[in-house]
Design a protein around this ligand. Sequence first.
Ligand SMILES: C[S@@+](CC[C@H](N)C(=O)[O-])C[C@H]1O[C@@H](n2cnc3c(N)ncnc32)[C@H](O)[C@@H]1O
Length: 267
Amino acid sequence: MRDTDEMGLTPEAAQGYEDFFLPAIFAQWPPQILNASGLKAGDNLLEVGCGTGVLARQATTIVQPDGQVTGLDLSESMLSVARRKCPGAIFQQGNVMDLPFETGSFDVVIASFMLMFVPDQPLAIKEMWRVLKPGGRLVVAVWESLGKNPAYTRLVEIADRQIDQAAGASLAWPFALGEDGKFADVFNAADVATPTIDAHKGRARFASIEQFVETEIQSWVLAESVNDSSLAAVQTEAEEQLIEFCDADGALDIPLNALIAVAEKHR
Ligand SMILES: C[S@@+](CC[C@H](N)C(=O)[O-])C[C@H]1O[C@@H](n2cnc3c(N)ncnc32)[C@H](O)[C@@H]1O
């Protein structure tokens, strides 16, 4: 059994997230999310599910020297990368469903591409709302549905066929809140605020189809359950099915669109 943490992640998986997922997918999103949050100099920011701290790195340059960025994550493996990469922020292990902070502590609370992994999503929203100051802003980003992200639909179908339905479901899971009205339903169930929810366009870029499959399947939680022969079968089918998304150099450049919800807490 490998040395996994509360999220089932090894230190190697967290480093893989930093080295491969960030440049391919996540590093482009902090400017759009921070812009939606209205974060400014002197603010006290909490980012829940901060991962390796890609957003925290940019946020510290906005809030400092008078403000503070706090990143919280369930995964110690992710947090140890974040502490190395972003010494200007505070990083703390914890669960978004039971935040270890006083009521009304933060000017801005951000949850970037993490809510889909949380078992009780309305409780997570309630907790984030609780720790916001009056006048503060909650910003939550999730992926749009698989229907809006066609290359990922193909990858899910290939994983269903070549590994098993659990693998396909695991790859589809991050897109679940983008399905019809589900994101708004979580806020309704939390019963704290009605957010504005806007669609935002993004891209995912990988050097090759092989790197896409490696990153999506081998660098993340699926890695432990996929053997070499099923991975090879996924690679072979993906080379056929995803070729239309490649440019002349064989690089994969695919749409990866998101929804960003913003809610303001009245004074
Ligand atoms: C896809 S990553 C996103 C990381 C980061 N926000 C980014 O944009 O790169 C999702 C993160 O949420 C964290 N996470 C999942 N469930 C959580 C929970 N219940 N409480 C706190 N963090 C959680 C995971 O450990 C992981 O680091």
